[in-house]
Design a protein around this ligand. Structure first.
Ligand code: ADP
Ligand code: ADP
Ligand code: ZN
Length: 217
């Protein structure tokens, strides 16, 4: 099963992916997490990506396509995977189709999580992320049991630099211009399910699960 989570920054893709990978035993590929780990390690990839990420811009297509190609062909992905935050441009979607053709598989479903812009800003500016396992929380909507401590691994929570208001606004503009066209791209192939993301986490999760189970029946 190959699932794509599509939606603006703050829509809840990571939050839902965390639940979906456990329920369906899928590999998890989040390009943002992979890029942040590269930045932290100071690798050549990280040094290249950092400038784009700090400014809320997209990292060049060739760079992220290379990352995803490598991940999708890794042994842990043979049982299926969730792509979170990739593709983000039409060129990336076309490159993904090519990679999938090479490995002889296809996309089962694209889940598009829709959320109002005002709500996205509230979510992103209150987001906290675990330094160790990248689990995501919100200071009001999804707080950890102990302040600033990850429920899953005990790691320290921090605020992403690109979750500041001005960078969030830039990222939302980038989404509208470069990523939103994917809704039509996948809509044409009848692959997309639209989910109202302006609701409780568990309610959204149950709708996504239902959409995946219909798709696989
Ligand atoms: P969000 O919470 O906005 O969905 P991510 O963690 O997915 O954020 O991404 C953070 C940043 O990493 C993006 O703003 C962008 O700079 C970079 N990035 C992540 N995925 C991609 C991608 N598919 N293409 C280009 N850049 C990406
Ligand atoms: P994305 O991966 O799409 O950028 P996240 O999963 O990181 O989004 O969620 C963004 C922020 O919103 C996080 O702080 C998260 O805890 C919170 N959040 C996620 N889903 C919901 C929801 N349904 N209602 C309220 N807050 C949410
Ligand atoms: Zn953690």
């Amino acid at each position: 099963m190959l699932i794509i989570l599509l939606g603006p920054p703050g829509a809840g893709k990571g939050t839902q992916a965390d639940r979906l990978v456990k329920k369906y035993d899928l590999a998890y590929i989040a390009t943002g997490d992979i890029l942040r780990a590269a930045v932290k390690s100071g690798s050549p990839l990280g040094r290249e990506a950092r400038v784009f990420m700090e400014q809320g811009q997209l990292v060049p297509d060739e760079v992220v396509v290379g990352i995803v190609r490598e991940r999708l062909t890794a042994p842990d992905c043979t049982g299926g995977a969730i792509l979170d935050g990739f593709p983000r441009t039409v060129a990336q979607a076309q490159a993904l189709d090519k990679v999938l053709g090479e490995i002889g598989t296809g996309i089962d479903r694209v889940i598009h999580i829709e959320v109002d812009e005002e709500e996205l800003i509230t979510r992103l500016t209150g987001r906290r992320v675990c330094r160790d396992c990248a689990a995501t929380y919100h200071i009001n909507f999804n707080p950890p049991r102990v302040r600033n401590v990850c429920d899953q691994c005990g790691g320290e929570l921090y605020q992403r630099e690109d979750d500041s208001l001005s960078t969030v606004q830039e990222r939302l503009a980038v989404y509208r211009e470069q990523t939103a066209p994917l809704i039509d791209y996948y809509g044409r192939e009848n692959l997309i399910t639209i989910i109202d993301g302006n609701r409780e986490i568990e309610q959204i999760f149950s709708d996504i699960s239902a959409a995946l189970e219909v798709g696989s029946a």
